[in-house]
Design a protein around this ligand. Structure first.
Ligand SMILES: [Zn+2]
Length: 338
């Protein structure tokens, strides 16, 4: 059965107004996107979570298989459907942030992020999406980025999505950007882990499975020991490599974005529990990876709150405390978020 993500605005407003009095404990979402809805096409759909990944008959193009999968229950029991226009997407996302008392590191192109921040200045923490394509098309070079970050308007460099372009974080071409972020003490969020299943057969021809590897971070970490950096998506599914890299580099944090709603929940819990059991519970941060499906914020938060293997204190660490420490929020800033 297809469960629509298109929530009735009226009911959401009502829910919002009735809960506004008792503010839940604050949450920091380290991985929210402010991206425009695609025009002129059918609304974007995501499986949440995938139940099966594959099979795919190579006799037909994978893009056709994937589109059919998203529209049917072939690989999932629940799908989310994006709002049809940018205003609805922004409004539904900001309502979700308000309802769950979420402060969100929000990335996108500068114009869209500024627009969202103007609508919700308390909840949006400006971040900048980046890849080599954006550097080329929008002139986001180390020099221009340095000027942007020095104004203080943008707080986080990321999502850095060079894995989609076939680059490892330790690639020499990325080196000047890491040097800039380290010099300015700007936190870096780097995509490390899953894109859509079958990414090289969709629009990401340079995407490679081997670039999921957290070991790809290692030389960058060694070269820039003062860098604040987090591996988005916690490098799923490279569990042993992620554990080894976190053990070797105590400054490295991770977020649980996308894996908290997109992969089978049993697998998400297995992965998260291993990270916590291994001693890294103080370095795991919540992230929704809401792209254009605002319900993923609630689904992600609930996935943490419903994890039976986590104590109340561990849940608070993941949902708030670890990110507050990583972002170096002041006591006054934390107090204002309560
Ligand atoms: Zn990502």
């Amino acid at each position: 059965m297809l469960k629509s993500a298109c929530v009735c605005l009226t009911s959401l407003f009502l829910t919002h107004s009735t809960t506004a009095q008792k503010r839940p404990l604050p949450v920091i979402d380290m991985h929210l996107h402010a991206m425009p809805v695609k025009k002129g096409s059918t609304p974007a759909i995501i499986c949440a979570p995938f139940r099966d990944i594959g099979p795919h008959d190579p006799a037909q193009p994978y893009s056709e298989t994937y589109q059919n999968v998203l529209k049917s229950s072939a690989w999932a029991d629940r799908q989310l459907i994006a709002p049809t226009n940018n205003d609805s997407l922004k409004m539904l996302t900001l309502l979700a942030l308000d309802k769950y008392n979420v402060y969100a590191v929000t990335s996108g192109d500068m114009e869209t992020v500024r627009n969202w921040e103007k609508s919700s200045p308390d909840r949006i923490i400006n971040a900048l999406d980046w890849g080599f394509g954006l550097a080329k098309n929008q002139g986001l070079t180390p020099d221009s980025l340095e000027k942007i970050f020095k104004t203080g308007e943008f707080k986080v460099f990321g999502e850095v999505a060079i894995q989609y372009e076939g680059y490892s974080p330790s690639d020499s071409a990325f080196e000047p950007y890491l040097a800039m972020a380290e010099k300015l003490d700007i936190p870096v969020g780097i995509h490390l882990g899953p894109g859509p299943p079958g990414a090289p057969y969709l629009n990401y021809e340079n995407y490679r499975a081997k670039l999921h590897s957290p070991f790809g971070l290692e030389e960058a970490l060694i070269r820039h020991p003062k860098l604040r950096i987090y591996a988005m998506h916690a490098g799923w599914p490279m569990l042993d490599e992620m554990l080894t890299t976190m053990y070797t580099h105590p400054q490295l944090y991770v977020d649980v974005a996308a894996i908290c709603y997109m992969i089978p929940q049993k697998e998400f819990y297995f992965y998260l529990e291993r990270l916590v059991n291994a001693g890294f519970g103080k370095r795991i941060m919540f992230g929704s990876d809401n792209m254009v499906w605002p319900q993923t914020i609630e689904i992600g938060i609930e996935a943490i709150n419903n994890a039976a293997f986590l104590s109340t204190a561990q849940k608070r660490d993941i949902l708030f405390n670890n990110a507050a420490r990583f972002l170096r929020l002041t006591e006054a800033e934390i107090k204002a978020m309560q």
